[in-house]
Design a protein around this ligand. Sequence first.
Ligand SMILES: [Zn+2]
Length: 307
Amino acid sequence: MSSPLAAFERAHLRVIERNWLSANQIIFYDSEHAGSVVDTGYIKHQDMTVALVREALAGRHLTRILNTHLHSDHCGGNALLIRSFGAELLLPSASFDAAKHWTPLEAEFASVAQRCERFTPTAKLNPGTVISLGARDWEIHAAPGHDPNSIILFEPIERILISADALWENGFGIIFPEIDGQSGFTEQQSILDRIEELAPRIVIPGHGKIFTDVNAALERARTRLTALRAEPIKHARHSLKALIQFLMLELESTTRDSLALHVQDAKLFHNMCALMQMPQLQAVNWAIDSLVAGGHLTERDGRIALA
Ligand SMILES: [Zn+2]
């Protein structure tokens, strides 16, 4: 199937669809000689990211890297891209200081047992302002919910939305604040309402393919959010499974004991298990059992692996 991005739009941007471990990249053709990229994938795939970005730039120089939010699957290629191209790094204003000092950000990655190489930001993306990308003006909107500091980008003439993890074709990302003792469901509700007001024609999500049936996606997202709000324990269970599946994409093959050890000191794993009212080892084994039963993982000769 051909992309919903018409030839005209393809002259301004290109989407590199990745997977669940690495978020999608959006390449902007700012001029004949210069380009920008939004989001850079997970560190495990950084060499592939640099190669894909280089190919998509078609001889242009990468001058700017932007992140919608600082989750390891969206900013894991920052350091290598900066080394490779010497690009500027623009971050959501709410995350700028944490990234600059690094220690708070390092603690966030540790809290989910994920890794990321240090990078240094050079400028802020301020919600309520506009940034020129691919010779178009893109509005920067704050998008708390999945991540309190996330932004999304909207181009109001062609009505294209870069939705990060606030809206996927089927759902949205884990509402992290809710497993960290803070409010997130209410903010997620508001960002879905905000997206409906913006009325995008095309959505480029953080993961998965570009989609155009935005109303159907919003309806699925709202149904899911209502269900999670009604039973936060379901959100904790879903989050634990999703984070273990993410770790398995990185580890590929391991044992139950090593996996349990890997997440032993991770703060958000403690929190999710507490919300599930289960001891951590039992909760982790429950999540592995469900992922094996669901066909996402296999278990053979004492090892668990990606299916
Ligand atoms: Zn995310």
